[in-house]
Design a protein around this ligand. Structure first.
Ligand code: NAP
Length: 305
């Protein structure tokens, strides 16, 4: 019998995965935070995927943390700051051979989750897919992309990659998932905080070349210090390319701040600065950027962790 995909975190990315898996006929269960959310979901009649203007509602079964069903495969799609506590609550339900797929952006949350469930295999993911919610229990597939998956401790691919294929979830198994995650983190650190501080779209950074170049140099130094030199290759030219290619977009951090939402700063710029400090790697501009961003978040009444 097919293994059930339990999905923790039924937000943008979690819904995008859950609806595509369920649409392919695979067994999926949504794990909702409490009975009130479960009742709201059941009243809505399912989860809706909006793709190219067409919407498709799937009545995927849902449950709360208290359900008895053991969990063999868990897709963790919460924000980085919620993942550790949410997984810890589910730990008693994990079976001995459980596998977790961690979709969190940035770094730091994956190790925190893995420490809570030492018996489980934790597979890290890095995704360039884009999705947002345009209502409760509705997700809009906004940007086609790719998801890289890997396990830094064990290069053996899991057996369920073919289920992603069947579900039309573009993916690739990689032995270098940490390099990919570090690269994405570095790109994020070079672009997202500056878009918040300069109150601009990504393209607005074209007028801040020097600041971007200085940050890229420090980020490259950090990647070298922490054993990720491959993630530093041509970082500056890729950052400039991303700024041009996504000129009309607002970065995810910009959008979080604009909507008064908590950011994932601790797992992005905060993680970079913490690792730099641990390696006694002095990066004055990156440290100053973190201080400026924290002051900005404070001034907006937002959390700084
Ligand atoms: P999101 O829309 O905010 O969804 C997170 C979901 O987690 C919410 O539905 C929230 O529930 C749920 N949640 C949090 N704590 C929970 C708990 N204790 N129990 C049950 N559910 C809980 O976030 P997202 O945009 O999908 O992002 C998830 C991760 O993917 C982030 O690290 C993000 O950076 C990364 N990512 C996102 C995208 C994207 O396009 N969205 C792309 C690439 C990477 P409530 O609804 O009840 O608050």
């Amino acid at each position: 019998m097919a293994v059930i995909w339990h999905v923790l975190g039924v937000g943008s990315l979690g819904s995008l995965w859950a609806t595509r898996l369920a649409r392919a006929g695979l067994p999926v269960r949504l794990i909702l935070r409490d009975p009130a959310r479960l009742a709201a979901y059941e009243a809505a009649g399912g989860l809706t995927l909006v793709e190219q203007g067409h919407s498709h509602t799937l009545a995927i079964p849902a449950q709360t943390f208290d359900a008895a069903e053991p969990i063999e495969r868990l897709l963790v799609a919460c924000k980085a700051y919620d993942a550790e506590a949410a997984v810890a609550r589910l730990a008693p339900r994990l079976s001995a051979n459980a596998e977790l797929i961690l979709l969190q952006n940035g770094l730091g949350s994956q190790d925190a989750v893995a420490a809570k469930v030492p018996q489980a295999r934790c597979i890290f993911a890095s995704s360039t897919e884009g999705a947002f919610r345009d209502g409760d229990w509705r997700v809009v597939f906004a940007g086609h992309g790719y998801t890289w998956l890997g396990d830094a401790k064990d290069p053996t691919p899991p057996t369920w990659l073919n289920e992603l294929q069947t579900s039309g979830i573009p993916h690739e198994w990689t032995p270098d998932i940490l390099t990919r995650l570090w690269r994405k983190l570095a790109l994020n650190c070079a672009i997202n905080p500056l878009t918040v501080l300069h109150d601009c779209r990504n393209g607005g950074l074209a007028t801040h070349h020097c600041e971007v170049a200085t940050l890229c140099a420090e980020l490259s130094e950090l990647l070298g210090c922490c054993g990720q030199p491959a993630a530093a290759e041509d970082l500056h030219s890729e950052v400039e390319r991303v700024i041009q290619a996504t000129a009309a977009n607002y970065s995810s951090m910009y959008q979080d701040v604009a909507h008064g939402r908590r950011t994932e700063i601790s797992y992005l710029l905060g993680h970079a600065c913490a690792v730099a400090a641990r390696h006694q790697c002095s990066l004055p501009h990156l440290t100053q950027l973190q201080a400026r961003l924290i002051t900005h978040l404070q001034s907006r009444g937002l959390r700084t962790d």
